[in-house]
Each structure stands twice: as structure tokens, then as C-alpha cells.
Write a protein that binds this ligand. Structure first.
Ligand code: NAP
Ligand code: MG
Length: 400
């Protein structure tokens, strides 16, 4: 059999623990037998990040900007316990944080829908994609406890020294106060990422804030989205037969629950944090979610939404059998290969990505699945497979 050819390499970001084991299995069993895989390899495993003083993370993000498409394995975010476990030189920053900051993107997460794993919300027929703004608001706030009576003001000091003040509250007893910010530039790139992604997957964009209450802050988000949409996207949306729809966050929540799904829901940072956990758990499991970072320049980084599944890895190290779900990592690969195929005009590579996803879903629908899904499936008599056996069951279907 001749293998499918690639022209431009993918940026391959290897990772840690159980997902690193799965990574190799996916390449060996599901990709390399069929595709003449070309990648530029970066080892983001914690040991190598430590050896390179984390330079490898920065290099992998630069390569992504240069080549346009990356696929990333889950990685350990160092904490005090990991510093000790791996003898780290320092508590390295989150690789995802570093990469997001360099690519300036928006993270899109969508559930992988399969028969047998049913959403709790009966009317959801198609996945809902959450687009979460990843900069500012309460995540970069300044806050204080107010000890007692006194006045709290917002003070803006311009470069020329002139001041502008706004009273927050005249306290007559103790309380709390918080200051938040965002940047027009960041909101603009959030809007463009959402509109570009919508054109990519041909789905409507819903955007929601609380602009009736937050007449300057949230209203700025609403205005920027509308201005960018009207100036740059309206015609292309019309041509693609899709819509941009703005509504208040509370109205959006009610509509989402009653919808059939099949759209992109753009949320401010906090709303996106809360709503993505609600949407993903209502659809089944974190291991059944796609996740892609899209930069405003149209650079793509595909990953799994879950972590390195440490508990399973320690079992694996002890020689015990594991049943770790590889679906999100497989879909990170298929997403990246499809995008590469699209950009390089390689229809065979795009078709392979479709076949890989179909073989994965067919395997689950045939009742062969990992333990996490066997627990929640509506299929009768599911067969619980080990980590490797599940990937091999997919490989068998793919070869056929
Ligand atoms: P986790 O890896 O997401 O796993 C938490 C638990 O969720 C697992 O113990 C397992 O439950 C279940 N689970 C998650 N993914 C699964 C899968 N593919 N198949 C089956 N079950 C799955 O989170 P964690 O253990 O808290 O974090 C481990 C490391 O991952 C941390 O060092 C963290 O920094 C890192 N992390 C990385 C990323 C990323 O790179 N994108 C994201 C989050 C966390 P049971 O044990 O009950 O089976
Ligand atoms: Mg959260």
C-alpha cells in the first residue's frame, strides 16, 4: 500500500505521562502505517523543558507561527510536588499559557458526539462549541478588602499626568472591592478568531455579555464584535449562509438549553470558564472533547482538553493494565492532519482524517470502549478495552 504524502510538516509537541504513552501508540498504530508522516518534533515533556530552561516551549510556538499547524500532547504544569518529583531547576510556567500568550488566540472546545454517549439535554442534536476569551477580566484583577468607612475610587492617570476619577462606593462600614481590565486589541483578536473559526466550520456565532448592566465594560465587547463583523465579515457570512447573533448572557443560557446545538458560543473569560464545564459534562466526558487554539492570523494548535492522566500513568508504571481514553488525543491528530491537508490542498490527507475519526467513533458505537465510557454508555453490554486494545480496535477498522 502506498502511504499518503504530506508536503509541509506538522509541528509535533510531545508531552508527559499517560498521554505521552498514548501519543506514541497513536503514531505507531493509527497514523504511520497510512501516512508518510512529516513533523517538526519538539519534546515538551517536563524533563526536556527543564533541560532546555523551557526554551523548547518557546521554539515550538515559534515553529507553529512559521508552519501554521501544530498538534500538542498534554503536558504537566509544574507545581511544588513536580519540582521535587522531577528535580526541576525551577517551577516552569504552564506550556499552554506560554503558547497561548505567543499565539494570542482563542480556545475552541467542542464535544465529540457519538451514539451511545448521550447528552443530558435531550434536544442537543449537534455539538455546541465554546469559544472562550483567554485574557483579562477577573483573571487579571486587583482586589482589596475594605476595612471600614471610606471612599473607593477608580483613578486613571494619563501619560501626561492628567487624572480621571470615578466613584466606586462610599463605604460606611467594611466590605470588598475589585478592579478589572481588558484591552481593545485583545477583544478585537478574540472577535476575529471567533468569526474566522465560524467561517471555517460553517456555523453561526452567538456572543453574549451583560451589556445592559455593564454599560461601558461589557458594552465595549459588544461594540467591538459588531464593528469588526460589519466591516470585515458580514459579506463572507452571508455567502456562507451563517449568522452572527448577539444576546444577553442570561437570554443566551436559556436559548442554549432549548437549542438543537450546532453553533459557536463565544463567551467572556469567566462565562467561558463556567459554561465550558457545563456544556462538556452535559455532553459526557472531558476525554470526548476537541480543543483547538486559533490565532487571529489563522494559526492552529490542536490538543486534548484533559491532562496527562497521572493516576493511570502510575498504574502503567507498576505494570498494571490501564484503560485510558485516547479519543481526544486522536482527534487532536486528525484535526491537525485535516487542517494541513486543507492548507496544502491534499484531499487524500483530509479524507484520511475523516476516516480516522469515523473508525474511532464506529469502534465506540460497536460497543468497544475504554472504562470511562463503559461506565456511562447507553449501549448494552459494552466491552471495556485496555488503552492499547482500544487503539488496536480502531486500527483494525481503519485498515479495513
Ligand atoms: P487529568 O489528567 O485530566 O485527569 C483527571 C482524572 O480525569 C483522571 O484521573 C481520570 O479519572 C479522568 N480522565 C482524564 N482524562 C482521561 C482520559 N483520557 N481517559 C480516562 N480518564 C480520564 O487531570 P490531573 O490528573 O488532575 O492532572 C494531571 C496533569 O495534567 C497535571 O500535572 C496537570 O498539570 C496536567 N494538565 C495538563 C493539561 C494540558 O496540557 N492540556 C490540562 C489539564 C491538566 P479516574 O482517575 O477516575 O479514572
Ligand atoms: Mg475551569
Amino acid at each position: 500500500m502506498t502511504k499518503i504524502q504530506m508536503t509541509t510538516p506538522l509541528v509535533e509537541m510531545d508531552g508527559d505521562e499517560m498521554t505521552r504513552i498514548i501519543w506514541q501508540m497513536i503514531k505507531d498504530e493509527l497514523i504511520c502505517p497510512f501516512v508518510d508522516l512529516k513533523t517538526e518534533y519538539y519534546d515538551l515533556g517536563l524533563e526536556h523543558r527543564n533541560e532546555t530552561d523551557d526554551a523548547v516551549t518557546v521554539e515550538s510556538a515559534e515553529a507553529t507561527k512559521r508552519l501554521g499547524v501544530a498538534v500538542k500532547c498534554a503536558t504537566i504544569t509544574a507545581n511544588a510536588a513536580r519540582v521535587e518529583e522531577y528535580g526541576l531547576k525551577q517551577m516552569w510556567k504552564s506550556p499552554n499559557g506560554t503558547i497561548r500568550a505567543m499565539l494570542d488566540g482563542t480556545v475552541f472546545r467542542a464535544p465529540i458526539v457519538v451514539r451511545g454517549i448521550e447528552p443530558c439535554v435531550r434536544n442537543w442534536e449537534a455539538p455546541i462549541t465554546l469559544a472562550r476569551h483567554a485574557y483579562g477580566d477577573v483573571y487579571k484583577n486587583a482586589e482589596m478588602r475594605v476595612p471600614g468607612a471610606g471612599k473607593v475610587e477608580l483613578v486613571y492617570t494619563a501619560a501626561d499626568g492628567s487624572e480621571q476619577r470615578e466613584l466606586v462606593h462610599e463605604f460606611d462600614g467594611p466590605g470588598v472591592v475589585q478592579g478589572m481590565h481588558n484591552l481593545d486589541a485583545s477583544i478585537e483578536s478574540f472577535a476575529r478568531s471567533c468569526f474566522n473559526y465560524a467561517l471555517d466550520i460553517k456555523q453561526d456565532v452567538w456572543f453574549s455579555t451583560k451589556d445592559t448592566i455593564s454599560k461601558k465594560y461589557d458594552h465595549r465587547f459588544k461594540d467591538i464584535f459588531q464593528e469588526i463583523f460589519d466591516a470585515e465579515y458580514k459579506e463572507r457570512f452571508d455567502a456562507a449562509g451563517i449568522e452572527y447573533f448577539y444576546t444577553l448572557i442570561d437570554d443566551a443560557v436559556a436559548r442554549v438549553m432549548k437549542s438543537k446545538g450546532g453553533f459557536i458560543w463565544a463567551c467572556k473569560n469567566y462565562d467561558g470558564d463556567v459554561m465550558s464545564d457545563m456544556v462538556s459534562s452535559a455532553f459526557g466526558s472531558l476525554a470526548m472533547m476537541t480543543s483547538v487554539l486559533v490565532s487571529p492570523e489563522g494559526v492552529y494548535e490542536y490538543e486534548a482538553a484533559h491532562g496527562t492522566v497521572q493516576r493511570h500513568y502510575y498504574k502503567h508504571l507498576k505494570g498494571e493494565e490501564t484503560s485510558t481514553n485516547s479519543v481526544a488525543t486522536i482527534f487532536a491528530w486528525s484535526g491537525a492532519l485535516r487542517k494541513r491537508g486543507e492548507l496544502d490542498e491534499l484531499p487524500e490527507l483530509m479524507a484520511f482524517a475523516d476516516r480516522l475519526e469515523k473508525a474511532t467513533l464506529d469502534t465506540i458505537e460497536a460497543g468497544e470502549m475504554t472504562g470511562d465510557l463503559a461506565l456511562i454508555t447507553t449501549l448494552e453490554n459494552p466491552v471495556k478495552l485496555s488503552t492499547r486494545a482500544f487503539i488496536q480496535a480502531i486500527a483494525k477498522r481503519l485498515a479495513a
